[in-house]
Design a protein. Structure first.
Length: 223
């Protein structure tokens, strides 16, 4: 069963993280990067899914410096609170915390991959271009990917987008990424909106989620 542990960041602050050892023979480590709603039941379920696929998985609570153990519902107040925390959390600070998770996982084996959703999708893209010691990255519907498309990933990277995502223009993101990194696959899932991997009824698209997971797992297994 998964457990909450503490990891020391570069600034000495100990943040919490949900951790699950691999259920099967360990293939490597995966850092699961949260949406703006914190380490909620959906993130925990995703961590467990990666553990079942053979990866030791860890999801850092990136807003702990502002509100320890923050989680929010997927409703207007929760959205408002999550956005406020995300905007007030420096991106470099979040990346330093991801680097601390990388170091934690590397004590158990060399290969560490990153996957992120929404807020985490943006951070997964940034981690692919800025962090050493990452083997592969998979970015799901990150709103900052287009603005940071000139940042070339250092490692094999995937981008997943929903065609009906009202906040992220999928075709524009694809053009921006391919202008600078034509080798990066950008997958646009027809009929899927923002958060299609999240199993909340109003967001989940099983077909898109399963295909994106298959593509990500294939990338991580080869890394």
């Amino acid at each position: 069963m998964g457990e909450t542990i503490k990891i020391a960041g570069a600034d000495g602050f100990e943040f919490s993280a949900f951790h699950e050892p691999a259920f099967t023979p360990r293939k490597g480590g995966v850092i699961v990067i949260q949406e703006i709603f914190g380490i909620d039941r959906h993130v925990r379920a995703d961590v467990q899914a990666w553990a079942k696929a053979g990866y030791e998985a860890i999801a850092p609570s990136l807003f702990d410096r502002r509100e320890w153990g923050f989680t929010a519902e997927h409703d207007p107040p929760g959205l408002q609170a999550g956005v406020a925390h995300a905007r007030a959390t420096p991106l470099d600070q979040a990346l330093h915390d991801l680097a601390a998770c990388r170091d934690f996982l590397k004590t158990r084996g060399e290969k560490v991959c990153v996957v992120g959703y929404c807020y985490g999708g943006s951070l997964a893209w940034l981690a692919a271009g800025k962090l050493d010691g990452i083997a592969a990255a998979s970015s799901y519907y990150g709103s900052l990917v287009q603005a940071n498309a000139a940042l070339k990933p250092r490692v094999p990277t995937l981008v997943h987008l929903g065609r009906t995502d009202a906040g992220i223009p999928a075709d524009d993101v694809e053009r921006a990424v391919h202008e600078h990194s034509p080798e990066v696959p950008v997958y646009i899932y027809e009929g899927a909106g923002h958060g299609f991997n999240n199993q909340s009824p109003e967001r989940y698209n099983a077909e898109a989620a399963d295909l994106a997971r298959h593509r990500t797992l294939e990338l991580f297994d080869k890394a």
